[in-house]
Design a binder for this molecule. Structure first.
Ligand code: NAP
Length: 246
């Protein structure tokens, strides 16, 4: 395949869960995909192999989104591999459950470092490197509207992400680049399922009028819309893809 002509997408947190589904979907839509991951190289390589087996083009690049050198290397690596960057999706994230009390400070610092500092660094590199006419999409969460106990650090991080999205959309005026967030409701990935009993999962799944958990593919559909030609007039929005959970 001639990669010089391919539009390119970077997906952070593309080795597992929602990011993996986004990477596969954007590859199926014709993008060369750069899959970032933190530590799970095997899952990242599986994702690359699955994309290649379907006739797509992908590479994996390790890097912590909270580390400025790693994020710069991710964007440089994408440019070296494919020559251009058209779409950036920041899906890397963590969700420790921690009540608002002194003992939770380490969890707070961790989630802010990955979700908010990570988003800041990825959006900053995206602003510098995405081609005019490109798309930038950050993952937020619909749980912001619920204010459940123990979600404080996570909700704080994602509320910050939504703020960054609106500001960056304004900062990129004149370049025809859209900047949006997709805010999933509960999706059955490691991030959501870890630490929950089957009963808790069933109860949370029943909250949306559509009465099920989201799938990673449900969220990838929303991201693909924003990244593709039909999403071109959507800018500075938060798309709450949640089955009516909010
Ligand atoms: N699942 C849900 O119910 C839900 C709902 C709303 C919003 N979201 C948001 O959707 C996004 C994806 O969540 P998910 O459910 O797909 O999570 P997941 O299945 O736990 O996958 C997390 C991904 O992020 C990567 N990652 C974690 N920390 C990282 C770091 N510091 N630097 C780079 N990559 C890192 C992981 O890489 P490794 O494989 O290397 O560990 C993995 O690829 C997150 O932003 C999350 O907040 C999820």
């Amino acid at each position: 395949m001639n990669t010089a002509s391919l539009k390119t997408a970077i997906v952070t947190g593309g080795s597992r869960g929602i990011g993996q589904a986004i990477a596969k979907r954007l590859a199926a839509d014709g993008f060369a995909v750069v899959i970032n991951f933190s530590s799970n190289a095997a899952r990242a390589q599986e994702t690359v192999a699955a994309i290649e087996a379907s006739g797509g083009k992908a590479i994996a690049i390790q890097g912590d989104v909270g580390n400025p050198d790693n994020v710069a290397a991710l964007f440089n690596g994408a440019k070296q591999a494919f020559g251009r960057i058209d779409v950036v999706v920041n899906s890397a994230g963590v969700m420790p459950m921690a009540k608002i009390r002194q003992a939770s400070l380490a969890d707070f610092d961790k989630v802010i470092a990955t979700n908010l500092r990570g988003a800041f660094l990825v959006l900053a590199q995206a602003a510098a490197h995405v081609e005019d006419g490109g798309r930038i999409i950050a993952l937020s969460t619909s749980v912001i509207a619920k204010s459940f106990p123990a979600y404080g650090p996570y909700i704080a991080s994602k509320a910050g992400v939504e703020g960054l999205v609106h500001v960056l959309a304004n900062e990129l005026r004149g370049r025809q680049i859209t900047v949006n967030a997709v805010a999933p409701g509960p999706v059955g990935t490691d991030l959501f399922l870890e630490g929950k009993s089957e009963e808790q999962v069933r109860q949370i799944a029943s909250l949306a009028p559509l009465e099920r958990l989201g799938t990673p593919e449900d969220i990838a559909n929303a991201v693909a819309f924003l990244a593709g030609p039909d999403g071109g007039w959507i800018n500075s929005q938060v798309l709450r893809a949640n089955g009516g959970f909010a």
